[in-house]
Design a protein around this ligand. Structure first.
Ligand code: ADP
Length: 169
């Protein structure tokens, strides 16, 4: 299986890239973004300052500094309580697709995703889970990426992911 669901803290994973659910400034925030910046150290913020932010659904890559992973891919989810020209489901899907494309460009083989958009940005857990698993499963069928971990920090989300994974099989 190329997909594995884990519960725990994404900052502890020794993979080629962990994905950060960032905000458009890329200058740090709460939730998983805060945990990543705290543990990676100030050099991460310095590199992020040079990136000029990131649009919703896009992705940018940095080094991971003091984290055990090699890189961090920063992506920005839509805020579920706002309206955009593009449907929010499509924007969230793009977070996964653009992160995976970037990982391939950098020849990265192992990548870990948090539950993007499902915290402060309020994407309903069932919708977010389905988009995450469907999009990634489809994409990696014919990809050089060898392994994708979904890291659930909340027990409830771990249950959503494992349930939907069973449905997909
Ligand atoms: P967003 O703003 O995109 O919703 P959040 O960081 O608020 O991002 O939440 C996304 C998910 O990340 C939530 O399910 C939250 O519980 C989870 N999370 C928070 N800290 C960590 C961590 N250290 N490792 C993995 N997931 C985390």
């Amino acid at each position: 299986m190329k997909i594995e669901i884990l519960s725990g803290d994404i900052t502890e994973l020794r993979v080629d890239a962990i994905v950060n659910a960032a905000n458009r400034s890329l200058l740090g925030g709460g939730g998983v973004d805060g945990a990543i910046h705290r543990k990676a150290g100030i050099e991460l913020l310095e590199e992020c300052r040079k990136l000029g932010g990131c649009e919703i659904g896009e992705a940018k890559i940095t080094q991971a500094y003091k984290l055990p992973s090699k890189h961090i891919i920063h992506t920005v989810a839509p805020e579920w309580y706002r309206e955009y020209e593009v449907p929010k489901e499509e924007l969230l899907k793009n977070c996964y697709l653009n992160s995976l494309k970037l990982a391939e460009e950098y020849n990265l083989k192992t990548i870990a995703f948090p539950c993007i958009g499902m915290g402060v940005y309020s994407c309903p857990k069932d919708i977010g889970t389905r988009i995450a698993l469907k999009t990634v499963a489809n994409y990696i069928e014919s990809s050089t990426i060898e392994k994708v971990f979904f890291v659930c920090f909340e027990a409830e989300l771990y249950d959503y992911y494992t349930e939907f994974m069973k449905e997909m099989l």
